[in-house]
Design a protein around this ligand. Structure first.
Ligand code: ADP
Length: 556
């Protein structure tokens, strides 16, 4: 088994003017000697043989040769046939055929086989040197063009690889491309589990079965972190009729980690053309990252689906819980009220506490029901002309007892002129009530809470908020802006983006001092957007918060 370096460039390393590896084959020993001496003086590495079998084994097993210099007529095999065999091993190898009788037929055959260079015996040594340099130059050009083709192919496959995030499809593209590149009979794509084990995910063609030796080789390539060229040992895979024992094992890399391996199996050890293992290694590096992305994307999608399901279950739970709580709660409320009204002294006070607590539960249940209706789009808008001053006064009055309990000052700042506009009264009161209630809750005793209302130009949307289109058919360009400002605990910047989400609360619910389930702001946002409005928050920790919403100013 041999390891392959990762760079394609290294596999085709005959740089201009550098010493080349030349194989000389001639059945005449003296010709071998002359050629060797002449070319060695040109600082090339020369190996000469009179035996075609030795030449063939050199071509197949030795380090790659740049040039084959062969006699046309040899006892066991013609030079042209040897040339053809050499081309099968390396399509870019340079070939010069030496001939004593360069007939037209020979020339014709040579051209047909892609052998462009001929040298007629007897030749001058200088002639030989020149022919060799020219042939090596051609080889370099051919190598460049092959390299370009390989890059083009790689580009094609990487386009295909980048085009999908579907894991199965991606695996198929990767394995198919690798099999095409290597012309291997069977291919396997294996992924690495968190326990560093490999598991088979794809086989092409499907009729092949991975054997223990194949699995062990893929594992070895992963551990070595390197592409391995496999020479015949134990069979790697089988289709029940034929076994394959040679090929390539290539680790799939992603950001420095090894995420799996490709195992490409063949019949013969020499079936891989030079440069191919390096090309597959490059492909695998790219493919590994794409595969990891696809795996992560798949996990993300699964997690998202799980989340959706949990969301659905939560909504269902809320629907059932709120529905089931409502009836017993109204009974508790009714009887508690009756007991309170018919009692005196401590008994009345106890009943009053029961009543307050039951009312608190009722608020939570109401929140749940309201949000569910809003989210399901079951809420209808009942627009009517209302006066902002009157709405704010009503909302503030409802909250006065709670504010007084904490000794807050509850101030109102509104235009002197009555501001009348089309709005859903109940929804407006609910939204305002929630914001004022929060301001009271999250402001330490003796705070100041100001409710402001104003008419504002659409372009002057405060705080850089992008103007939002009015609901269809409305061409007004003014907002009714309402703000609830407090001097409370404030909301840290990092929490502000999520504050309007359902069930989101700043402090941990177990450590927080205030009651609530985190639905109020989500309801307010739904109520505001339902009316074509927008909501936003400005807050500084330990200084206070201002919740604002803007509704389109409509009068007809
Ligand atoms: P709840 O009040 O039931 O917890 P809300 O959705 O109304 O739910 O509020 C969510 C969270 O936002 C609150 O738990 C609190 O942490 C924070 N919050 C809301 N209003 C204010 C405010 N005026 N000042 C500080 N924090 C606030």
């Amino acid at each position: 088994m041999t390891q392959v370096s990762e760079s394609v460039a290294q596999s085709v390393a005959v740089s201009s003017g550098a010493a080349a590896r030349i194989l000389v084959v001639d059945d005449e020993q003296y010709m071998c000697d002359i050629c060797t001496r002449t070319l060695r003086s040109g600082s090339h590495h020369v190996m000469a043989t009179t035996d075609v079998t030795v030449a063939l084994s050199e071509l197949h097993q030795g380090p790659p040769y740049d040039l084959l210099l062969a006699d046309i007529k040899m006892p066991t095999m013609s030079g042209l046939e040897l040339a053809q065999r050499a081309r099968e091993v390396d399509p870019a190898i340079a070939i010069i055929i030496m001939t004593g009788h360069a007939s037209l037929e020979n020339l014709h055959q040579a051209v047909r086989r892609g052998i462009a260079d001929f040298i007629a015996k007897p030749f001058e040594l200088e002639q030989l040197r020149l022919a060799v340099e020219q042939a090596l130059h051609k080889r370099r050009l051919l190598q460049d063009s092959l390299r370009l083709k390989a890059v083009e192919q790689l580009l094609h496959s990487s386009e295909a690889i980048n085009a999908t995030l579907d894991r199965t499809q991606l695996s198929q593209i990767i394995l198919e491309t690798a099999r095409q590149q290597t012309a291997c009979h069977a291919g396997f794509l294996l992924l690495r589990s968190p326990e560093q084990q490999l598991y088979e995910t794809l086989t092409q063609p499907a009729s092949w079965r991975l054997l223990d030796a194949g699995y062990a080789t893929a594992l070895r390539a992963c551990h070595a972190g390197q592409t391995l060229i496999i020479e015949p040992e134990a069979p790697l895979c089988t289709d029940g009729v034929q076994d394959l024992s040679c090929g390539l094992a290539v680790p799939l890399r992603a950001q420095g980690d090894i995420v799996g391996a490709l195992l490409l199996c063949n019949e013969q050890a020499d079936a891989l053309r030079p440069g191919v293992p390096e090309q597959v290694t490059l492909l695998a590096n790219h493919a590994g990252t794409a595969l990891r992305n696809a795996l992560l994307y798949g996990e993300l999608q699964e997690a998202y689906q799980r989340l959706q399901e949990m969301n659905r279950l939560k909504s269902e739970f809320i629907a059932i819980a709120s529905h089931e709580l409502r009836t017993p709660l109204s009974i508790v409320l009714g009887y508690a009220m009756m007991v309170r009204d018919q009692s005196e002294g401590p008994r009345r006070e106890y009943a009053q506490r029961v009543l307050e607590s039951a009312n608190h539960i009722k608020d939570i249940v109401d929140d749940m029901v309201n949000l569910r209706h809003l989210e399901l789009g079951e809420t209808t808008l009942n627009l009517e002309l209302c006066e902002l001053q009157e709405l704010v006064a009503q909302a503030v009055n409802r909250m006065l007892p709670a504010a007084e309990k904490k000794h807050h000052e509850l101030r109102v700042e509104l235009p002197d002129e009555p501001l009348t506009f089309l709005v859903d009264r109940e929804k407006m009161l609910l939204a305002l009530g929630n914001l004022i209630s929060n301001a009271i809750k999250f402001t330490p005793n003796h705070g100041l809470i100001v409710v402001k209302g104003m008419l504002q130009d659409r372009d002057q949307a405060p705080n850089g908020i992008a103007p939002v289109e009015h609901p269809a058919g409305d061409s007004g360009d003014e907002w009714v802006v309402v703000q609830v400002c407090d001097t409370g605990i404030g909301i840290p910047q990092r929490e502000q983006a999520r504050i309007f989400e359902r069930f989101y609360q700043v402090a941990d619910s177990l450590t927080r001092e205030q009651g609530g389930v985190g639905l109020g702001l989500a309801i307010v946002r739904e109520l505001v957007t339902l009316q074509g409005g927008i909501i936003w928050l400005e807050s500084v920790e330990r200084q206070g918060s201002t919740f604002s919403f803007a509704l389109p100013y409509r009068t007809a």
